[in-house]
Design a protein around this ligand. Structure first.
Ligand code: PLP
Length: 281
């Protein structure tokens, strides 16, 4: 497998990360996960624009332009003969003697690689179980930062309880999942947390809102409390890797009738129509 390392293509075994790379020591960097269907990156421009926004917010200069990056990512897909899975991309602030403040002379390091993955069809058809967890993350959740410890601990707690996702609660408010955005349906209305600094502005969230608009499903981007989860008719999560995935149980309590709900299924169908038709299940 070839890796995009800085601006070269290298074999994975030839790539070396310095012990003083700031991503490694401080989590000082940003990333993106982009889905590839049928050899084509899905909503690539949106992902690269978000990468640029994250970079600006943490005062990191991207090593090359978004057009150049797009070119190189497409080259990487070709070189690896990659058809389906995830394209992972990260930019660190580079390597310098360890010191919290930004180094004066360090070049940001960009790496990208491909990772084959199936679509999570079983989860999408049957729905998943989730827990709620306190949102202990920092307050710039709109930055796709490499600091993922809050998400890692919450996801592990979910796995320990045989659940697939942890739904974050901050000051009684439902924010998002540990690696997904969260929607609920109540009386025909779709509700989700507003796109502010408390959540990642998910690309799949945005696509879902566009689909809801096309399907004339009313939407409210307003905060709601943890208790309303248990009163929801339907709940689903969205992300690049999970697409639109129903949540049928939270903290051991059944949501709706315990099956993926009708609005969730309509949105899933509409989402599927956006995916290149040659994509395998
Ligand atoms: N929220 C968090 C915290 C995430 O980590 C992710 C994706 O990794 C998402 C939401 C979903 O974002 P996207 O739809 O862009 O994959």
């Amino acid at each position: 497998m070839m890796i995009l390392y800085d601006d070269q293509f290298k074999k994975r075994e030839d790539v070396r990360i310095d012990i003083e790379d700031r991503a490694y020591q401080f989590g000082d960097g940003i990333y993106e996960v982009i889905r590839v269907y049928d050899g084509k990156p899905f909503y690539l421009k949106e992902h690269l624009e978000r990468l640029e926004k994250s970079a600006k917010k943490i005062r990191l200069n991207l090593p090359y332009s978004l057009d150049e990056l797009e070119d190189r990512l497409n080259q990487l897909i070709k070189q690896n003969d990659f058809t389906q899975g995830n394209l992972y991309l990260q930019v660190s602030r580079g390597t310098a003697p360890r010191n919290h403040a930004f180094p004066k002379n360090s070049a940001p390091l960009l790496i990208a690689y491909t990772q084959p993955a199936e679509r999570p069809v079983k989860e999408q058809t049957e729905g998943i179980r989730a827990i709620t967890a306190e949102d202990i993350r920092w307050l710039w959740c709109d930055v796709k930062s490499l600091n993922l410890l809050g998400a890692v601990l919450a996801k592990q707690e979910a796995h320990d309880k045989h659940c697939k996702e942890a739904i974050f609660i901050r000051d009684g408010i439902v924010t998002e999942g540990s690696s997904t955005n969260l929607f609920m349906v109540k009386d025909g209305m779709l509700l989700t947390h507003p796109a502010d600094h408390f959540i990642l502005h998910g690309i799949t969230r945005k696509i879902t809102l566009q689909l809801a608009d096309q399907l004339q499903i009313p939407v409210s981007e307003k905060k709601f409390g943890k208790e309303s989860l248990f009163d929801a008719d339907e709940i689903f999560i969205t992300s690049t890797t999970m697409e639109i995935c129903p949540v049928v149980e939270v903290d051991g309590k059944t949501i709706g009738d315990g099956c993926p709900g009708p609005l969730t299924r309509r949105l899933q169908e509409a989402f599927k129509r956006l995916i290149p038709s040659k994509t395998e299940a």
